[in-house]
Ligand binder design. Structure first.
Ligand SMILES: [Zn+2]
Length: 217
């Protein structure tokens, strides 16, 4: 079954069907009730994601509020992505991977040089993607908070240490998020090549927004 068939089987219309290019940013508004499906086309591609209330960018995804409300640091089906004050932004309604990271953050030129050496100082990183795409919506560096890393495998050991290891995802695996209010979704399709988060080979992902048939939103 192709992705399009899977989506239409749920009796929904496609509002948007786009490719977030390898190493590049992407963003869109997802209306309340619509669903965003992210397809990891080639497997093991980290999709760094921030979410804002489309009508008030001051209301934004909070890792701390999301983790404390669900009492788990990993995201999967049923996880509600919340703002600082606990408002529901999006809910994961389907997930073929089972485990998405909330703690590892976004790569930056600064963190790359610290971890991997000064020769990485001029490599493109997620923070640059967020700033480029955020500028389209009037967002700047102060608006960047701790992000979600969809499809990224960051196990936490019993002693509390964490690592970025080979992904659990695979080509074609997908997850779907239902918007609980109108939201802006800001994505960096991670360009990192110094650790296994993208299998050392960043690849494109597919972004599909669908609307339930009969919905007027
Ligand atoms: Zn990154």
């Amino acid at each position: 079954m192709t992705t399009t068939e899977a989506v239409s089987a749920a009796s929904a219309s496609i509002v948007r069907d786009e490719i977030a290019p390898a190493r590049g940013p992407w963003s869109t508004i997802v209306a309340a009730g619509d669903t965003l499906t992210i397809v990891d086309l080639h497997g093991n591609q980290a999709v760094d994601t921030l979410i804002y209330d489309a009508n008030d960018f001051g209301i934004r995804y909070s890792a701390a509020a999301t983790i404390s409300a669900q009492r788990n640091i990993f995201l999967t089906t049923g996880s509600v992505l919340r703002s600082d004050d606990g408002l529901e932004l999006m809910t994961i309604v389907a997930d073929e991977v089972g485990n998405h990271d909330t703690v590892a953050g976004a790569c930056s030129r600064e963190s790359n040089t610290l971890r991997y050496g000064h020769h990485t100082a001029h490599q493109h990183a997620c923070v640059e993607n967020f700033l480029i795409e955020g500028a389209v919506w009037g967002l700047g560096k102060r608006d960047l908070v701790s992000n979600i890393n969809f499809f990224m495998n960051v196990p936490v050991d019993a002693d509390g240490s964490l690592g970025i290891v080979d992904g659990l995802s695979a080509p074609g695996k997908q997850l779907s998020l239902r918007a609980e209010r109108d939201v802006l979704v800001l994505v960096s399709n991670c360009p990192q090549i110094n650790n296994p988060c993208n299998g050392f080979d960043p690849t494109p992902v597919q972004m599909i927004v669908t609307r339930p048939d009969g919905s007027s939103s």
